[in-house]
Design a protein. Sequence first.
Length: 762
Amino acid sequence: MTNTTRPATSFLNLLYCLFFLSGFAALLYQVIWQRLLVFYTGSDTVSISLIVSAFMTGLGLGYLIGGRLADRASAARNLRYFLLAEGGIMAFAALSKWILYDFLYINSPIENDSPIVMYVVVFAVLLVPTFLMGFSLPALSRAFRFGDGPAQARYISLLYFVNTLGAAIGAFVTGFVLVRLMGYETSIWVGVLFNGLCVVGALWLGQKLPKTSLQDNHVPEDPSELAPLRFTPEFTIWSVQYALSGLAALSLELVWFRILETLIKSVSLTFSILLAVYLGSMALGTLVGVGLGHRRRFSSSNQRERVFLWAQTGLYLYTAVSIGVFVNAIGRAPSLDFLWQYFKSGEPVLSPGFAVFTYGLIPLFLLFIPTFLMGLSFAVSQSLIQDRFEEVGRKVGWLQFVNIVGSAFGAWWVTWIGFPVLGTATLLKWIAALSIVYGFTLFARKHLNALAVSVLTIVQVLALLLIPDNIHFWQRMNGVDKVSDLLVNENESGLSVIKLMPNHQAGIVFVNGLGQSGLPYSIDEVHTLLGALPVMMHPQPERVAVIGLGSAGTVHGVGGRPETRQIDCFEIVSNQAQIVAEYGAEANDSTVNSVLSDKRLRLIFRDGRYALQHNPTKYDVIEADALRPTSAFSGNVYSQEYFELLRSRLKPGGYAVTWAPTVRIRNTFQSVFPYIVYVDDLVLIGSNQPIVVDWKAIQQRAISTFSQAHYGSAGINLWNLLTKYQPHTHPIPGNQPLVQEINTDLFPKDEYSIRQRDKAVK
């Protein structure tokens, strides 16, 4: 092919810029749409897996069908396909807040707790935009022709590079800048703008490019004449490889997320950090892979195959070595002592100096090389696969489709088998063992001799042995000196840990690395106060709800009135009750055992807000267990809309109770409830009717026989505790005008605050 049929460099660079913007917008939407959908599905792990699976299914179908349509179309039409795809995504995005939040959540046209029904609904809602996102790459892969071999593969890989780089930057900027400064709804319009630029740019390209650049003599006049895609033995092997790499990549992503969530201590920015490092490193690897194609020493298919197999071998080998070295170095290497102390603690540290390590260097150390090699492998594999221009679209589409299928399978396999059955450490070993498989493939393909593969296998086995078993793995990741001082329970919903004191008669509850509450209950007066004060104030608290189990300290606090007939406790981490029961048995703590076995207690392992939204039951007291305002999804229980939901679920004279760690939370609460009692900087109690704080009546209830027996079994003198906070308990005005500094569902300011001055709003 002569140069006259190739697009000018300036036109091609413009196309790359447009696809960069498309990738940026796609990840912006993924981050925000997932959050909006959580209001409909709940924020538990299973629900989020449903959302991710539905998102990937749409992408996969877009790749598959887009590849077939791309090979049937001329270059000019494929450019129009891209234009139409971006226009369709833009149109959906412009309506997405209304569709995902107003229609699906607020109106709730389909209320069903079945995961299958929920998946079908989410898939149907996301089908159009995700299908169009997947459609774009196959269409653009045929928009220009460079040849039948490496030249066309380089073009495809560069498209993949700019799109993935845009996605990485989009994930980072969305979490760290856009959502924090503008909220979800306004941030969506940044993506709409970028899609609009893609539409305008593609339209301009179609008009300005010379016709010779858009001519294609390899499109059949009759689409039925399109020859079927040839599934040669080699292409079938590549299909299996792409499916396997998708499964392994998504599995590793989930493992890395669990590790980073424990490391960073479960803040909302963890997801953005992971995606930014993951996708950014992959983009750089793709670019290097493109560069390798220009070198003579990699010109033959045999040499490129060797590079691909070594990249896959190194990917999994480094994964084992990096995590093994990191986990074993914590607490042993003096230079990492600050991390050991951080893991011991229960509080996240968001200071810039410390964040360099937790948000930057450590994620890069763990993820950069493996994901870089993933990207490099994509570029090299394309140079081996793309041998006929007539099949470019279908090959790109099919391979991306099977990769997505593998990813979806990996998501469910890790969720339902990997974490609950194997545990993170063993799961990681299984994935990293793929290094051995690829090592023997190097030998089978005559890229290694018997001696070399033997040495390599020994190195690989030693690398796997670096990763400790699950209990020792989490011992080190939690900064615990002796494994006997740690209780661990890991499943699909999260990592629950109790760090025991040396005498095993006390402990601190941690969930995903974040400290929650203390045991026994006598050492954690805040959780006791949160539960006990409102039920002691209420004249007849027959039915009570608690959102969050934790150590069960708040549940214990609300259970001190004989009038209370039912306590509904909603807990999103389904293994939390098990780990607390294990502590009760280990510490021989009869109070813990009596709380969990209390016949009044009904444990409901579901997102608490979701449960209240879909259950019209009215309560005398609704209590939210203390949750740090910067924790992931904390905005869902500190927003104006959440407090309005609580107000709607109260019986006449009922109380809604929340922790009040920030001024924004207080402002938000005051905008919803007409009557409020405030315990300074600690507890807010709101009601639809005037709240009478009768301390004489409270004293009589606190010193009653039932209450004294209930709290006394835990070594708590409730009346002494209440009198400590009595001087700080006073009414404050309710039904206050809306102020700028409040939290809403669409702008959870506290959750995304990363600077102290963001919180200190007066």
